[in-house]
Design a binder for this molecule. Structure first.
Ligand code: 5CU
Length: 386
């Protein structure tokens, strides 16, 4: 009998109890503050209204499983939510990373079994102690720890590396180790790009809209572009990087990026391929909320191979693509527990929209859609019997 298609969520977060306690102990952002009977999460700089209400949906595993049940999600790959360990010293970050990885392993390992399979319902992306002045050997030790924990399938990474971004040469052994272990690297924003630029977001109170809708994706776009420009994907073609929020603006700007590179005397001979080629080496969550956007990402991935030859003169012929190829690298996600509905609804709008978007991509057949919904099983090792 053919195996049932699983619904797998690759973008879903937790603040583990130990981490929430660290946030409660702090007097600066990021922190959890008590206001009257309510706890509030303050993680972004200049958050309006002292952050947002925070409760068990952020740390209680029962709530995660209830959310999954409500939306028909069989299996989730849970990652710590931002800002991870970014604000800690090396002496604090390394032991906390190790403890949180052990806690995440326990959170997943003791989750219910997925009926009819040998899988658990929860797997995880662990944490690395990526903070300024950390010894690279500490990061490498933690990569070995994560690789040894059977329910952790990768690591979640912010965009700052150890303070100098993802093009920092000091990170070279980190990419090497991540590529050789086969761990997935889930690249996720926290700071927002543009937020600090004078006048970028104006003075009007717009809640979280501008930093989340624009700042987050642009931060991811800049981080992955810097990594590509540093030649990391040329040196480590096996690195499996999953980009949050469907890769931000990278797909839409990739031809402009390629043009800027080819006109720049410093960079024009640096890379082995045209910039658009690297889009086919990355993975994208499907947290885009729209079928057109997913279709565009899919096209960008599908045409990537045609840009392998940096000197190819027939680039525009690559625009005739089989869109379904791109679906191979696009994976369903929810961003839970963020984006809860503002008024009570049976299902969360953010989830329903992402499911409808996958269903509505023109040119994707049922196999393409199923692959995206089930995280292509081999990507995170969630095939039946794994
Ligand atoms: O709503 C937010 O602030 C966030 C966040 O911080 N992280 C995330 O993954 N999604 C939404």
């Amino acid at each position: 009998m053919a195996a049932r298609r699983l619904l797998v969520d690759v973008h879903t977060h937790v603040y583990l109890p130990l981490y929430a306690n660290v946030l409660r102990s702090r007097s600066n952002v990021p922190r959890i503050v008590q206001r009257n009977a309510e706890e509030r999460l303050v993680i972004l700089e200049n958050e309006p209204s002292e952050g947002r209400p925070v409760g068990p949906q952020y740390w209680d595993r029962k709530e995660k499983l209830a959310f999954m049940d409500k939306h028909g999600i069989d299996l989730s790959i849970v990652s710590s939510a931002n800002p991870w360990l970014d604000f800690l010293s090396p002496a604090e970050a390394e032991p906390l990373a190790n403890d949180l990885n052990d806690d995440l392993e326990a959170y997943c390992a003791s989750s219910p079994t997925l009926t009819g399979t040998s899988l658990r319902r929860l797997y995880g992306f662990g944490l690395l102690p990526l903070v300024p002045d950390i010894a690279p050997s500490s990061i490498l030790k933690t990569i070995s720890q994560v690789a040894s924990l059977p329910h952790l399938r990768g690591v979640v990474l912010g965009t700052r590396g150890i303070g100098h971004g993802l093009d920092d040469e000091t990170l070279e052994p980190v990419w090497e180790a991540l590529a050789s272990t086969g761990l997935v690297v889930f690249l996720h924003p926290h700071y927002g790009l543009g937020a600090g630029a004078p006048g970028a977001f104006g003075e009007r109170e717009n809640g979280h809209v501008l930093p989340l809708a624009l700042g987050f994706p642009m931060e991811t776009t800049a981080a992955i572009t810097r990594l590509i420009l540093a030649g990391v994907l040329d040196r480590h073609p096996d690195l499996r990087i999953l980009l949050a929020h469907s890769g931000g603006a990278l797909p839409a700007l990739s031809s402009r990026l390629a043009s800027c590179i080819s006109h720049d005397p410093i960079v024009s001979t640096r890379l082995a391929h045209d910039a658009r080629y690297y889009l086919g080496k990355l993975y994208y969550d499907a947290v885009a909320y729209g079928a057109e956007e997913l279709g565009f990402v899919s096209d960008s991935v599908s045409r990537a191979e045609a840009y392998s030859d940096i000197n190819s003169s027939a680039r525009n012929s690559a625009s005739r693509v089989d869109r379904s190829e791109g679906s191979q690298r696009i994976l369903f996600g929810t961003d839970h527990p963020f984006f809860p509905p503002l008024s009570s609804t049976e299902k969360w709008k953010s989830v329903v929209e992402n499911l409808e978007a996958i269903d509505g991509v023109q040119g994707w057949d049922e196999t393409d859609k199923d692959g995206t919904l089930s995280a292509r099983s081999d990507f995170v090792g969630t095939e039946h019997g794994a």
